[in-house]
Design a protein around this ligand. Structure first.
Ligand SMILES: *Cc1c(COP(=O)(O)O)cnc(C)c1O
Length: 497
């Protein structure tokens, strides 16, 4: 299995190369040259296997340059009951009207990013052994919340790696800040930046292209890398849970093999929903892929009109992980939808860069409307959905998942389609406890831990252990730097190792 680039289809690379590089040199994203198929027997047999084995089976098709021993080490190090609070790793909860909530937040940071970031360090170190033997990998991350913590938990104490996370001093929630500043591990560094998220991201980009820093690190045998959501090593693990869920629903007798399901995904960077599309290409029977957005509804408009236009107001919402105007992983879908036409992709993404806008052709518009449905909802509708689902079904949704449930209700009302539907749940409600507590009618003033304690009382649900534990952990990282000092902070940290 070879990989190529969305902006240069003549490129050929191994999966290890794609994972170490992250982004291709000409700026394209790595994609598999062809999508491997799963037979009926293979899908059915997954039902009897544990999650790590299901992941092994799917990875064996995509990461053919890895040995079985390497893959086994990766999946077993990541998907175990030490890291996840459920043996099933991804749980499925059935609601009424043939809706199934796929809970992707049983990992150490209580958000779905753990599904990929728990395994990425192992995929990356195995890849580095093949591609850049003997080098230490230093991961740099700029975060607005969820990714930074999930990457820290994934990379902590993984041999051959270290990780440095930058976050905007006043730009993350109190819980997210606490989660990061109490981070454990001997190879981790967390640093606040005087600035906003863009300053952090620009600072990290500047470090990646700084020749002086590169030389200093290379003299010490260190290679910089990123844990960005466009990395193939983050996408491949996300395909697994869609394949696994289908096999599980068949095994549980909820669906017959061959029966199509809808999949709803609360979407930001388009990574999670793209993984569902890949699962479909592998042979999982899917009816509609439903793309749910918050008020930042650039994808809703795109899927409905074929025009992508980021020139619009940016909203800060109660589902912050979806507050995005450029959905990077969409480029991969368009590459497949154009029949691997790298010329068109280059044109469209140049136009996006120059004007903030592009329009796809009729053929792609047709494919979008056949395979996808898109909708969005406001913060008020999100809160109303949390209240409704809790009151009617005694199930507490987080703010991101609530967007998905609301958009699905709109879809069903509009189309009358009663196909069984899997809804990706991307965070535990306690991760966004304040907004969730307000939604169910609580007074969410005061300290974060008081608020979530009241949420527990009111709803009879439980604060996940990893979030509760941050309350009594010592704060390890208090540093805060000017944005021009980020490079020095990285060098100081890596030199002290
Ligand atoms: C990252 C994230 C999303 C968006 O996922 P994409 O793959 O970027 O579309 C949705 N919900 C939560 C809680 C997230 O952390």
């Amino acid at each position: 299995m070879n990989y190529t680039s969305t902006r240069n289809s003549s490129l050929k690379a191994t999966s290890a190369h794609a994972i170490v590089k992250g982004l291709s040199d000409e700026g394209g994203l790595f994609v598999p040259e062809s999508i491997p198929a799963l037979s009926k027997e293979e899908i059915l047999s997954l039902g009897d296997k544990k999650y790590s084995q299901r992941a092994f089976d799917v990875f064996s098709k995509f990461l053919t340059d890895f040995t079985p021993d390497e893959l086994r080490h990766c999946v077993e190090s990541a998907y175990n009951s030490k890291n996840f609070d459920s043996d099933n790793i991804a749980e499925i909860t059935k609601l009424k009207d043939s809706r199934y909530i796929l809970e992707l937040w049983h990992g150490p940071t209580c958000a779905f990013k753990d599904m990929a970031l728990q395994i990425l360090p192992y995929l990356l170190t195995a890849s580095a052994k093949k591609e850049v033997k003997g080098k230490q990998i230093a991961i740099l991350v700029a975060t607005s919340g969820d990714t930074g913590k999930a990457a820290l938990e994934g990379f902590k104490d993984v041999d051959g790696t270290s990780i440095c996370v930058f976050y905007p001093e006043d730009g993350v929630s109190p819980m997210q800040k606490r989660q990061m500043t109490t981070q454990e591990g001997n190879n981790v560094n967390v640093c606040a930046v005087k600035g906003n998220f863009d300053d952090c991201q620009n600072g990290v980009k500047a470090i990646f292209t700084d020749k002086d820093i590169e030389k200093k690190l290379s003299d010490n045998n260190i290679l910089l890398s990123s844990a960005n959501s466009i990395n193939w090593g983050r996408l491949a693990p996300q395909i697994v849970y869609y394949v696994s869920s289908y096999a599980q629903l068949v095994k549980n007798g909820e669906i017959e093999y061959g029966e199509k399901i809808n999949i709803v995904v609360p979407t930001g960077n388009f990574g999670n929903i793209l993984a569902a599309y890949y699962a479909k290409l592998m042979g999982i029977p899917v009816n509609k892929l439903i793309c749910a957005s918050n008020s930042n509804n650039v994808l809703t408009d795109f899927i409905n009109t074929g025009i992508y236009d980021r020139n619009r107001k940016f909203y800060t919402t109660i589902s912050p992980s979806m507050d995005i105007l450029i959905s990077s992983n969409l480029e991969r879908l368009l590459y497949h939808f154009t029949g691997e036409n790298d010329k068109l992709i280059n044109d469209w993404f140049k136009s996006l860069k120059d004007t903030g806008r592009y329009e796809v052709n009729e053929d792609v518009k047709k494919k979008l409307s056949e395979q996808f449905f898109a909708g969005f909802c406001t913060d008020d509708e999100t809160k109303a959905q949390i209240k409704k689902t809790f009151e009617e079904e005694n199930y507490l949704l987080d703010t991101h998942t609530a967007v998905a449930v609301k958009v699905y209700e709109d879809y069903r009302a509009k189309t009358g389609d009663s196909t069984k539907t899997l809804i990706a749940s991307t965070a535990n409600p306690y991760k966004f406890g304040r907004a969730v507590f307000q939604s169910v009618g609580g007074n969410a003033e005061g300290d974060e831990f008081d608020v979530i304690a009241r949420l527990e009382d009111k709803t009879g649900t439980k604060i996940p252990a990893p979030l509760a534990a941050t309350k009594n952990k010592p704060i390890r990282f208090t540093g805060c730097v000017e944005k021009q000092e980020m490079g020095k902070a990285v060098l100081d940290f890596l030199n002290s190792k």
